[in-house]
Design a protein around this ligand. Structure first.
Ligand code: F6R
Length: 588
């Protein structure tokens, strides 16, 4: 994954890099580095950890007019200072930052070692830096083309050459790269949010460029100059401010009501006629992680309200499995970032099978949006914390609205009203989960159970808690406990029970009590307060405010998000930046 930024300007180029790296940190944050260049002088600073540490460590290189920077999510080689980028080739002739994975790296390493090259890091990126240094072509862009012809996999590369004037050489294949220039500055970045206001260029696969101040020249793989048109700037993922909140995650949970209102408003502008015209017979909803949980919820809505054969598929599974997809399949790809590599690959596969493609994304200029026939807006606003919260609620609300719109105009307008009212209900439903969190934070393992849509909420609640508290969490359909997992229930094992559906409430309670009989401690999130006689079964009970049944799942996940946040704090972790993860997963 990783985020890259490059700049060519007259002064303070390191500041542009630091500012840009903060904005692409959602792509990875285990280590970070910068290379400043003034003529043939190169200064590389890198460190494990976050950007502020790099800022403290880095002194400006006087007169530097070029810099490249990188924030890493390790794929090859441990998280260490030496493996942090920028990575230098032989004699620092070329210095490179790279986002992506070089799949034939082992082979390249053997070949390069046979040529006498010595690897100083464990990274695949070093192969690129060494390849660049191998030849002395009359133009550095030829070195770039020659080097990348040897690469298999994905890459966005920014490179500087010691003996060349102040410019950056860049190339892109299957990892995003954008370019910007005006009279004062030229920039390259993994995300256009790093750029000043103004239009920008999106590099396509197989394109390269040379960026100089005031001028960017683009090339194809044959080394021919190509003309590109600029894209409109839609700055939606601006670096939101934490305001008075301690963390982005908390702020984003609290932004759920506003975000839901935006979903209702923006869905009024969706052209559902165009979706109906797609003429599909079955629906696949595809995503990863939290977005996959929205897919599960959406598939349930399609089955329930439209009686259409619908299923949710993990994007990473669709890539390699034999799902039956064809011209009559509507594939809905859900992705907050719009850049998730598995989802993009699944989309490309579905496209090749001539499926109808809709994407549902929070980033209108994203790769996933650009590959789709129709784009639905998640409308959550910037989501910075790694754990997805408000985007999930918006995805679920949007999928409900979509199915109602496809059912009838009357159903759609009723649903718009329901979502707007739900937004108001959520405003008053930020429950204090601190005590519950104290109890949960002591546990080694936690089970979540529910039936139907509550099982999906259980999955999402378990994912949220495990990703930021590092507690082993497992969700399962209530009725499945007795088919194996019950053997893991011991004295005081916590089981969080989610029940929002009156028609199966008693069934869920039965499963919960089966766990209690084996020693479990039960915690209940329910659509109704427990009866007095039931109270003694539960350590904690939370009843949800009134809302239409299909939207109760959005209310049920809110306290679970707050619980996860609180547990993470109690355990002394940073809920915004959990270990080993990144916000946007742009590698397979
Ligand atoms: C969990 C989380 C991840 C993402 C997943 C897909 O809180 O955020 O599971 O949901 O990586 O990301 P997007 O939606 O950007 O495709």
């Amino acid at each position: 994954m990783c985020g890259i930024v490059g700049v060519v300007c007259d002064e303070n180029c390191q500041d542009y890099i630091f500012e840009g790296l903060k904005l692409v940190q959602y792509r990875g944050y285990d280590s970070v580095g910068i290379c400043q260049k003034n003529g043939e002088q190169l200064k590389i600073d890198k460190t494990k950890g976050l950007i502020d540490k790099l800022i403290t460590k880095t002194t400006p290189l006087p007169g530097a007019k070029v810099a490249i920077g990188h924030t890493r999510w390790a794929t090859h080689g441990a998280v260490s200072e030496e493996n942090a980028h920028p990575i230098e080739g032989k004699n620092k002739e070329w210095v490179v930052v790279h986002n992506g994975i070089i799949e034939n790296y082992q082979q390249l390493m053997c070949d390069l070692q046979k040529e006498g090259e010595v690897f100083k890091t464990q990274t695949d990126t070093e192969a690129i830096a060494l390849l660049l240094s191998l030849n002395n072509f009359d133009s550095p862009i030829k070195n770039m083309i020659w080097a990348i012809k040897h690469l298999k996999g994905s890459y966005a590369i920014c490179a500087v050459k010691k003996q060349e004037e102040n410019c950056i050489y860049a190339a892109k294949y299957k990892s995003p790269l954008y370019a910007f220039c005006n009279d004062e500055i030229a920039m390259l970045a993994s995300d256009p949010i790093c750029f000043p206001e103004g239009d920008y260029y999106k590099l396509e696969d197989g394109e390269l460029c040379v960026a100089k101040k005031g001028n960017i020249v683009f090339y194809n793989m044959r080394g021919e100059e190509i003309q590109k048109t600029k894209q409109r700037f839609q700055k939606i993922r601006a670096m939101a401010d934490k305001g008075d909140y301690q963390h982005f995650m908390l702020k984003e949970i609290y932004e759920t009501p506003e975000a839901l209102k935006r979903v209702a408003k923006n869905f009024l502008n969706v052209d559902f006629g165009a979706i109906k015209k797609l003429k599909f017979k079955n629906v696949k909803l595809i995503g990863c992680g939290t977005a996959y949980h929205s897919c599960l919820m959406g598939a349930a809505y399609f089955r329930k309200y439209l009686k259409i054969d619908a299923e949710a598929i993990f994007a990473s599974e669709l890539r390699y499995d034999d799902y039956v997809i064809g011209p009559h399949t509507l594939c809905i790809f859900i992705s907050q970032s719009g850049e998730t590599a598995d989802t993009i690959a699944a989309l490309e596969k579905a496209k090749a099978k001539k499926a109808k493609i809709i994407s549902f994304t929070n980033v209108p200029y994203s790769t996933i949006a650009s590959l789709s026939q129709i784009v639905l807006p998640i409308s959550a606003g910037p989501e910075i914390a790694v754990a997805s919260t408000k985007a999930y609620s918006c995805q679920v609300a949007g999928l409900y609205l979509l199915t109602q719109a496809l059912k009838s105009e009357k159903h759609f307008y009723k649903a718009i009203k329901q979502v707007s009212e739900l937004a108001q209900t959520t405003e008053k439903f930020f429950v204090n989960m601190a005590d519950f969190a104290q109890d949960i934070a002591q546990k080694q393992k936690i089970y979540f159970i529910g039936k139907g849509s509550d099982y999906i909420t259980a999955l999402e609640a378990a994912l949220k808690l495990k990703e930021i508290s590092y507690i082993n969490c497992w969700a399962l359909p209530a009725g499945e406990l007795k088919h194996g997992t019950l053997s893991l229930i011991e004295s005081k094992t916590p089981v969080i029970v989610i029940s929002t559906n009156k028609s199966v409430h008693e069934k869920v309670m039965n499963s919960a009590l089966e766990a209690k009989s084996r020693g479990a401690k039960l915690y209940l999130i329910s659509y109704k307060p427990p009866q007095i006689c039931e109270l003694e079964n539960f350590e904690f009970c939370l009843s949800l405010p009134k809302a239409p049944q299909p939207l109760l799942c959005i209310l049920a996940i809110l306290p679970m998000q707050l619980l996860s946040y609180n547990v993470s704090l109690i355990k002394g972790y940073d809920p915004d930046k959990p270990r080993n993860l990144a916000k946007s997963v742009t590698v397979e």
